[in-house]
Structure formats: C-alpha cells, structure tokens
Design a protein around this ligand. Structure first.
Ligand SMILES: Nc1nc2c(ncn2[C@@H]2O[C@H](COP(=O)(O)OP(=O)(O)OP(=O)(O)O)[C@@H](O)[C@H]2O)c(=O)[nH]1
Ligand SMILES: [Mg+2]
Length: 331
C-alpha cells in the first residue's frame, strides 16, 4: 500500500505555567502578542508557524495551558501530535527547574509521546547559567535517550533575538521529515487505540462490564464484547511494545476476562476467541518494518478490530483472498 508523506505536521507546545509558551507561539507565528493579553492560558491556543523554508514543512502549534488543572489535559493531545516543544524558564531557581523537568519526564514516558522529537526551549536570560549546565545537571540528554526521543535544546534569551530558536525549529523540521513515514503510521495507530480505549472506558463507567462479567459474555452482547476486546487488544499491543503500565500488567494476570480464559499471561484475545466470525477485511496497514495488520469487520459488530495478517492468512484465507481480489487491478 503506498504511503503518502504528510505535508502538515502538529507540534504540542507545553511547559509549566509562565514558562513562555504563549510568548513563543506568537513569536513563531509572527502575530505580535496584544499588550492586554497577558493572561494565563486556560485552555488551548493554536498558532501556525510562519516559517516554512528551508524544509517547506507546515507546522501547526497547539499550546495547552501549563497550570495544574490544564496539565491533566495534556495526555489527551499526545497521540495526535508529531512532536513536542517544551518551554522552561531558565531564570527560575533550582527547585522550579527540577519540577519542570520532572513534568517533562512524565510527558516523555507516556507511550504516545515516546520516540517523538522534542525541542526544549529555555526562555529568559539567566546570568551565569549555561544551557550546557542545565542539560547536564538534569540529565536531559539521558532522559530523552531513555524514551527514544531525539532532543534539541535552544534558548530564547530575548524576544527580539530568536536566532537560536529558529535554529531549533529547523532541527525540528528535519526530524519531522526524517520520521514522516513512521510517524504517519504511528499516529494513525495511536489515535485509533486512543478512541478504542475511550470507548471501552465509557462502557466500563456505564457499568456494562459488570453486566457482561455476570452473564459470562453471551452472544447478544457482542457489541460490548468487541469493544472490550479492542480495549484488551490495544492494551496488549502496548504491552508487546513495552509500553504498558504495571497496573495493566497486573490486570493481565487475571485468569479470565469476560469469561474467556487466558491460558497464559500475554495471550491475545481476538474476535474468533469469543465466537465471532469475520465478515470482511476493510483495510490493511503496515506496522513496523514488514508487519501487515488487517482491519477486520466481524459479523454483527460495528467496531473494527486490528488483527495481524499472519494470523488471518492462516485462519481465514478465504476472507483474505476476497479482500485482495476486491482490490487487485488487472493490467
Ligand atoms: N523577558 C521575558 N519575558 C517572558 C519570556 N517568556 C515569557 N515572558 C513573560 O512571562 C509571562 C508569562 O509568559 P507566557 O508566555 O504567558 O507563559 P505561558 O507558558 O503561556 O503560561 P500559561 O499560559 O499560564 O501556561 C508573560 O508576561 C511574558 O511576557 C521571555 O523569554 N523573556
Ligand atoms: Mg499561555
């Protein structure tokens, strides 16, 4: 399947409150900040980065406010972003800087941000404090490496002189272009996973899980079942990529899920495990180097499930052949 290189990218603009995100957003977009507009960001502000040369990358920036309440919203934006721009106040004291980098650490360790490029922007002037010292004192390079994130540090000492920040933006653009193909796949996947998880959480909170557990998953609950399957599957996907939380790993040790026995920890439950029959394959995605995944529609279910092609080929060859026959073009 041909992969198209994206021309539009999104970067999240994060950092603790007062770290200079709004200031930076205005600077990068070329829209001067109104003198009356010095309020905290209580929500989200969007900017379009004005400089496109030399890489010709169109970059949309999303600032999410940095106060404690807003920080809780940050993870909702991770899956769909291509990169992170993180601001910190270089003139702040040691304790404040430490808190800021702990916050950064929590961001980078989130599975949806792992591996994505990070531009660290130090704002304000601080006599005698060099970026190099901060980088070493707080182990920033090691932190980024441990999360697989390419990292670049730059300094916005004065709003009037943003040369170093633009250098940083050039670096970011190059990273986006280098990662473009894998980023495209990854974001599609992560966004799908996120929406499945949200759906399954909605089911859990509406109390349907208890109902399903009590009734040991009967066929009339296929819809709920498939959503939960997707939830479990998505969690297992994260697990298989080493991205799973310990709490989840503990959950997986349960002997049964919705009445379906797990023969060993780490088993993946797919639709056929609970008696579903594939209706058709609606799409195919390449994941990693050479791995193909089919999006399978099950009879009686609206939700699609991602299943490795390797398994589908063996288990339901006729469904796979039907999919290929439908899409093949005879020359
Ligand atoms: N001198 C100087 N002032 C700055 C700089 N960055 C930000 N400020 C000032 O610091 C204050 C807070 O900056 P903002 O950009 O609003 O901070 P923010 O990160 O958007 O904060 P929240 O929206 O609360 O999360 C503003 O009054 C800015 O003018 C800088 O690099 N130099
Ligand atoms: Mg702001």
């Amino acid at each position: 399947m041909p992969t198209t290189r994206p021309t539009h990218y999104k970067a999240l603009l994060l950092g603790s409150s007062g770290s200079g995100k709004t200031e930076l957003g205005h600077l990068l977009s070329g829209r001067p900040r109104d003198v009356d507009d010095q309020e905290q960001t209580n929500g989200v502000r969007c900017y379009r980065c004005r400089r496109r040369a030399p890489q010709d990358v169109e970059l949309a920036l999303t600032e999410v406010g940095g106060n404690a309440d807003m920080q809780r919203l940050w993870p909702h934006y991770y899956a769909s972003t291509h990169a992170l721009i993180y601001c910190f106040n270089l003139a702040a004291g040691y304790a404040e800087l430490q808190a800021s980098f702990e916050l950064l650490q929590r961001c980078l360790r989130h599975e949806a941000l792992r591996g994505k490029a990070v531009l660290l922007v130090a704002t304000r002037l601080s006599e005698g404090v060099q970026l190099y010292d901060v980088e070493h004192a707080f182990g920033l390079e090691a932190l980024a490496r441990s999360c697989g994130c390419p990292l670049h540090l730059c300094h916005l000492a004065e709003i009037a002189d943003a040369t170093d920040v633009w250098r940083g933006m050039d670096w970011l653009q190059r990273q986006l272009l280098q990662q473009s193909t894998t980023l495209l796949q990854r974001i599609k996947y992560d966004v799908n996973m996120q929406s499945w998880q949200q759906r399954s959480r909605a089911i859990l909170s509406s109390g349907k899980l208890a109902q399903v557990r009590r009734q040991r998953f009967r066929r009339q609950h296929r819809k709920v079942g498939s959503c939960l399957l997707l939830f479990w599957y998505s969690q297992l996907y994260l697990m298989s990529h080493g991205l799973c939380s310990t709490a989840l790993a503990a959950d997986m040790a349960e002997e049964s899920v919705m009445g379906v026995r797990l023969s060993r920890k780490g088993d993946v439950i797919f639709g056929w495990d609970v008696g579903l029959v594939p209706e058709c394959i609606t799409g195919v995605e390449k994941c990693g180097k050479n791995e193909l995944w089919f999006l399978v529609r099950w009879k009686g279910c609206q939700t699609l499930e991602a299943v490795p092609a390797e398994i589908m080929n063996k288990k339901y060859p006729a469904v796979v052949i039907a999919f290929y026959e439908k899409h093949v073009r005879l020359l």
